[in-house]
Design a protein around this ligand. Sequence first.
Ligand SMILES: Nc1ncnc2c1ncn2[C@@H]1O[C@H](COP(=O)(O)OP(=O)(O)OP(=O)(O)O)[C@@H](O)[C@H]1O
Length: 322
Amino acid sequence: MTDQDRLLAAISPIAEGRAAGLRLAEGRASLILDVTGLSGDERLKMEGAIKAVLLAQDGVSEVRVAMTSEKKGRRLIAVGSGKGGVGKSTVAANLALALKALGFRVGLVDADIYGPSQPRLMATEGQRPQAEDKKLIPIMSPHGIPMLSMGHLAKPGQAIAWRGPMAGNALGQIIDADWGDADLLIADLPPGTGDVQLSMIQKQKPAGAVIVSTPQDLALMDATRAMDLFAQAGVPIIGLVENMAGYECPHCGEVSDPFGAGGVQAAANVMGHDFLGRIPLTLAIRTASDAGQPPAAGDGAEAAAFHAIAARIAEWLNQPAH
Ligand SMILES: Nc1ncnc2c1ncn2[C@@H]1O[C@H](COP(=O)(O)OP(=O)(O)OP(=O)(O)O)[C@@H](O)[C@H]1O
């Protein structure tokens, strides 16, 4: 029996299979202890017990324990839509801000290869990310959210027409960027339900997806296809958001429903998914978004709807299964 085996056998009843890399050299025993999932007290107790047992062994005068713990993975939430123009990017930007306000450390990924609009929405247009050790450094938006967009990688003014593999590589670089301590990445996906979207979803394995739709039938049919796409890739649907619901006339205050009303909620019920909430169609949302001031960054009337939806998403994220 080698010294290592002898020492390992001595600590095995207390180390619960968490000890690795045990060595003994010149009277000093060293090992790595995986303390994932243990409380501070449990860690100290286990470390103390291991030290005591090892110090009682022949030839050991000193013990060093290095503790490691698996970091809880950063989660990616995909914001998708069956078709373009339904406000997916607007919703993604505002949800990122509202989730940050709830205490998540949020990063924003603009994976929309056809029309990356996050740089405009988050007021980082024209900026280029730096790289360090071959990793991109996200750009800090004025709203305190680090972000990277396909739009930041293309040369200014260059029309973006990424081909599949190129888009995949660029997106991979964005997701693997140096996101620091961000624990949640919100990804604005390209609209549609084609191969590009499917391979992105399969590769990046989001923890969950939020589907944005306007209330009219045509958009809803596309949203259903988007949900099928996530289901195919085994990604759970967190829920559906109805955008551009109910237009309040800024002059007379009357509410009209240019795209219908309630369709998304009804569709969510039929499909057995959660309905996360409704964002009204307002001039303020459009002008603020185009000016790089997403409403959820402030506390105006428009912010409340986004904060309510973010709270539902936070509830989902905080369930142990997710
Ligand atoms: N609730 C809303 N009220 C008013 N305007 C809105 C609302 N949501 C989005 N818009 C406006 O609609 C336009 C399209 O929104 P956005 O770019 O977010 O859509 P999208 O679904 O991401 O489109 P694409 O996928 O084609 O990029 C923008 O000018 C945006 O300001």
